[in-house]
Write a protein that binds this ligand. Sequence first.
Ligand code: SF4
Length: 1007
Amino acid sequence: MNKLYCLPLGETMRNKFIEDAKQFAYGQAVFVVPGHILLDEVKKAGSVCTVIMDYLPNELLRANHLDVYTRISRPAQEMVIKQIIKSLVKKGELSYFAKLADKKGFIKNMVSFIGELSRGGITCEEFYAALQAWERTDYLQAKDMEIYHIYLLYRQELKKQKRYDVDGLYRLAIRALQKENCIVPWEKLYFSEFYQFDNLQIELLKALSKHCSIEVGLFYDAERPELSAATENAYMDFMGMGFIKEQLQEFTPRNQGLDHFVRSWQRERPLVGAADGIIVFEAYSVENEMRGVLGKIKQQLQAGVACRDIICVVRSMEEYNGFSNLFKEFGIPTTLPEVTGFTAQPLAKFIENIMKTVAAGYEIDVWKELLNNVFVDRIFGINHEQIEASYNEKYFASPNVLQEFVENKFPQSKIGELFTFIASLKSKSTPADFTNNFLQTLEGWSLEKSYGEVYKANKITLKQLKAVVTTKNMVTEILEEMVGAFEQSGQGKQKRPISEFLEFWEERAKEKIITLSQGDKLGIKVVEASTIQGILFPHVYLMGMREGQFPKVKFENWIYNDQERKALNELGVTLPLTIASMKIDQYFFAAVAAMAQQSLTISYYADDAAAASCYVQELQQYYEKEALVPTFYNTDVAHCYSAEELARILVQQEFLAVAEDVWLTNKLGVDFAFRKFLDKERWTGNNIFNGYLEQKQECKYLSASALDNYVQCPFNYLVTNIWQTEPWEPLEKETQPAVIGDLYHLALAKFLNKHLEENIGLADYSVLLEELMLDLADVYGQLAAQGLISESEFSKYDYKRYRIVLGKWLLAEQAYQANQKINLLPKYLELAFGRKDSTLPGVPISIDGEETIFSGQIDRVDTDGNNYMLTDYKSGTVPSAKGVALGRFLQLPVYILAVEKLLSVERSKIIGAGYYGLKNCKRSGGLWENTLKEDLPWLYNTRPNNLSMVMENAESAIVASIRGIRNSAFPANPAEKCPAYCPCLDICRYRVSDGTQDTGEEVEDNV
Ligand code: SF4
């Protein structure tokens, strides 16, 4: 007799079924559960054969000697579908989906949609008949027919190859059961904790019910249709199969508040009662939520509750990264294993980069990444850090140049073996040959031996050693899976390009996780809500009750949208709807909450993006007002549950007892008291930790550009000009902006040098242009010979750009010279002073009785013999007029002082100094005498700063800066926004410190 036990929420038939099953000889009665967590749970209870659903068809086929078909893996399914789609495109038989044909996402969606059809038990014929009855026209009909063809060809391909997917397995078993002499190895089957069965599973049970007795325990409560919607289909199916129904009543004792939830949730008129046993906990971040939950669990453990009596349930484990580490921090055992990502392992990256170097051909960046891996040091005897450092000094135009460089730098190494191996992968090969070649090479690296020695020498931990060995095993696993998938899809003997192997690798690698240590079986269980129900726990923590997280709506496959699915359902093609997954999600919540007998803690975190889940809000309506007010996790010395939390609280205390002080010193180091305030205090007064160094220093020599650096940000000056650190920046294909600036400066100087004191305003443009281009070519050649200009595929385009810029400059220059009323003409070019090799001495400025000598180089000085004008070319951004006025850019004022002193020009004769932007080839900015607008017409448009006013401000800024440098005052204090290219970005705390944020600095703006 087949029976369906309809259970109220939170009840299970599991224990009764287990007792029943014990009456049968082992294996005659089989207990079927939906997942591995429940499998373990039943196995714990005694000697009952317990399995998951897929065991049944497999075992049936084996018992009847029909297991001649082999199972196709999911990647192989994707390959088969990909091949089918490719061939349809080739034959011109795909129009609706033609544009998506080579998109990975489309292939995956098509595979999963075909899975839906199969699991729904829809044959190709039935699908076709439904589509015909649907009577869609035009492009929608084309879409339907294309899906049908793909489905049909897929089924035919599997049949041809004698393979089955998981759905085919059920079909074979159902067919076997229909045969007269079918052997069914069981007398009784029990099904417990299922909430749904797909069509094929129901068909299988229907066929099995004719051979053996079946009993099913299922949540179903006709008085709660909303909640029972999740199990409605299964209920109807069993009733349709003629199962005898038995309705059970609640029998599990619970705390009063929880009992009220179980009995009232989603009934039409919920009663109002007290919420004893239910706690709502609101956190402000996911970490705070985890900490809060662990704090509460620790409290319970300290009060004598056993780990087995507590469970943590989350909707999705992905949201709770680092949970196992926090368990460790709190000293609480857990079933969660300690895991790390496979793709983050150096070996996994190395293997992937080997494939990428071959697939990407001449892409130099991939080669650089390949060699910048700690692995190459150990296996091939080179030093990857030295190679990485060379990327800053030299641009490698091709992989060959880089290989040659590495071989020359490490002549004793075995790096040549790596290059030979990579070369051997270039030609197409079969997946098996490729894998054999790879695995043989991997074996040859003797990783276990090599890393075993490093471990023995105490240079790595056991966990790190384990990670290397596990990664190696997983590499082997993925490559072997790949061979299997190609074989299963009928492409095993074909030679394929490495890009296809790389694609397979990338797909599989991202799904792999390395387990560094197994969880403690006796620890606190942490599981996902979809995997558990029907097990009672005194204390349940239901985490992640946040909008968007729980309910977690699963949108159905877009190949057919919900509207289309509804229409197909009416035509007999049963496809899941989004609403159904919402009902199931709702059931998960109720089922997990109903597992609690003494306490249920519901937690979530709320921020600007989302707050408590709608389930929490709904739950509050079942209890008295204010009964479920959220609690928060605020720790203090008396209420904190991990050493780290205690340390964090103690360091904030103004006074510490001796024992606390000793404990903190041991934990954090002797200087903990000092460090705790550092991040805020460094910004107060003249703190040594904000660049106010104690030792005074001389400032005998200073270049104009270094002075500008100091004014822009003293800390930048300290790092760049005193410590003289170079930023770590690999050379790129593109020539560095500073070199481009030099190229323009030198080409212009070379050209103008031949036209000193000559007005070229009305000269023949084409003649001058030719001359200028020759000068450019000459300078370019010199810089290239010094290795400063990178020769790459972009070089010729860059060169064209330089020609255009200088051509534009010449046009502008001629116009300026033609239109000016005072005949200012270039007299001095690249006029250096105070430099090692310059003929002019430096400019001494005496401040507080001490002299500082300024050096610099003025791009250009023009004169008509009486008036003088200074020019600074800018290939980048031109300093703002406001910045110049406030004395934040001192280069031009220093140059004015230099011309005045070194060329003996009276200040009144210096009529101005300005910038000449090479981006737009325009003069702009600077400081000028106001009276000149008639004489220099371009000044009309530039609204220049007044020379005397700027000089006054600049002279005070120079004095303040020199005093600052002499006093060793180098605070991080940007005059304007921190520039994105500041070389100190990685070491300066200005933008990341609480201290500067508290001062209301617009930190974001400064980035
Ligand atoms: S990041 Fe800003 S504050 Fe820090 S050194 Fe650079 S400019 Fe100065």
